[in-house]
Design a protein around this ligand. Structure first.
Ligand code: EPZ
Length: 416
């Protein structure tokens, strides 16, 4: 298992290119199952999770070709309706094949994704919506077995906003008979990006990006060529890095529009942010002001930026209250940050962060994707050496992050 070693307190200066969004690429690559013929996707990030979803699509009978950031997928040969445990357990987003498989093959057998470090992450809303669309759902031996002769449009309400729940049901509904309404739908940019791809394929979708989406089923969809949108969480991670180290980073190929809440909160800490069309220049100030954050579904402050922001608050000048309302166990990074000198107390889904003068480098362990990013950030700001182990978590969602930080002047290296 690799370890990333960082000598902290180096100024970060220069520019960094943002890659394609993992959480847009995953559902968009899966949407290839809904068409016959070659779909071409560009600006696809080179990540473990992307390799996992391509392996699964191959397993289902799709042809795939990968050349750098370009992925081709042809699902004409789709003939397997089972997504096995050994693939699904590696990446829970594999559950996204459920809707398309029922829509195309009229049945699916997908391993139930286990929980993960940050929470139980049930899929009850995915299954409830599929039932409303006319599918028969059985749960046995750790698998979901779904079947439907014909999916019929339905009026579906999400008790909780669910990103992949919305995406799964969108992909089932586009080929269903009649009209489907998704109420309390997720509004994340990645959901909108999927809706745009499905529309390019011939789907009829209204209201993407709002809480009520209307989908009029069509008989078939055609393959497309699309570019994946920039990763807003990778962007936010580099924004926090600039704020944390008093650096001056120009972030290129990003979409500032997707980061409204993060921009607002960082500006409240005293960070200077100059926004251009597809880039942002972020400069840290001498004093970091403490601000409170509450994670919410988009356009609220993203839960995937909570751990990164907590590192910034740990060396701010006051006290910050951080409420995590999306996942029930997303403070795992707190104990590791404490070992680096942070003063954080947790009560339920609220963390109180009292700013300390500085963090001190230490050996720490990554536990989930965004927690590992926060430990890298802490190492960049800390005095002395930090060694982050189990960075395979990091590789799921960040492409060559140590190269990108090294290019900005950080003393960082990966040790096999
Ligand atoms: C997506 O996960 C993202 N993953 C997550 O990013 C992100 O943290 C999350 O959305 C929230 O924004 C992908 O897009 C691949 P949810 P998802 O369904 O869809 C509850 C990362 O770091 N819920 O929106 O699994 C659930 O327990 C990852 O890239 C139900 O109760 O999240 C949670 O409390 C981590 N029943 C809340 O909804 C359901 O059927 C939001 O979950 C579904 C969800």
């Amino acid at each position: 298992m690799d370890t990333i070693v960082i000598e902290g307190q180096h100024d970060l200066k220069g520019s960094v290119h943002i890659g394609g969004a993992k959480n847009a690429a995953l559902p968009i690559l899966v949407s290839s199952l809904l068409s016959d013929g070659w779909n071409t996707y560009t600006n696809v990030p080179d990540l473990k999770d992307i390799q996992s979803i391509i392996a699964l699509l191959n397993q289902l009978g799709a042809q795939t070709e990968v050349e750098q950031d370009c992925v081709g997928i042809n699902a004409s040969g789709l003939n397997v309706f089972e997504a096995p445990y050994d693939l699904v357990r590696k990446m829970r987003a594999s559950i996204l094949v459920l809707g398309p498989l029922v829509a195309r093959l009229k049945k699916a057998r997908v391993s139930l994704p286990g929980g993960c470090a940050i929470g139980a992450r049930p899929i009850n809303l995915h299954l409830k919506g599929l039932k409303q669309l006319g599918a028969t759902i059985e749960l046995e031996h750790g698998y979901v077995e779904a079947s439907a002769d014909r999916l019929r449009g339905a009026d579906i309400y999400f008790d909780v906003v669910s990103v992949t729940g919305t995406e799964n049901l969108m992909m089932a509904a586009v080929l269903a008979d009649g009209v489907t309404v998704l109420r309390n739908a997720a509004r994340e940019p990645e959901v909108v990006a999927l809706a745009e791809v499905l529309t390019q394929m011939g789907a009829q979708i209204e209201g993407a990006g709002t809480a009520v989406m209307t989908i009029k089923g069509v008989s078939s969809l055609s393959p497309v060529t699309v570019k994946i949108i920039p990763d807003r969480i990778e962007t936010g991670t580099f924004m926090v890095a600039a704020a944390l180290t008093g650096g001056d980073i120009t972030i290129l190929d990003c979409e500032p529009e997707h980061l409204g809440a993060v921009v607002h909160k960082l500006q409240s800490t005293g960070t200077t942010i100059d926004i251009q069309d597809q880039s942002m220049r972020v400069r840290g100030s001498g004093e970091i002001k403490s601000v409170d954050i509450k994670t919410l579904a988009y356009p609220g402050f993203p839960t995937d930026m909570q751990a990164q922001f907590m590192v910034l608050m740990s060396i701010a000048s006051g006290t910050s209250v951080i409420s995590e309302t999306i996942f029930e166990n997303r403070f795992i990074h707190v104990s590791e940050l404490r070992r680096m000198g942070a003063d954080i107390t947790v009560s339920g889904n609220t963390a109180t962060v009292r700013g300390v003068g500085k963090l001190s480098g230490a050996p720490v362990m990554a536990t989930d994707l965004r927690a590992s990013a926060s430990l890298i950030l802490a190492g960049l700001a800390a005095e002395g050496t930090t060694a982050v182990s189990r960075v395979y978590h990091l590789d799921r969602g960040y492409e060559k992050i140590e190269d990108k930080f090294s290019h900005l002047g950080a003393a960082i290296k990966r040790v096999k």
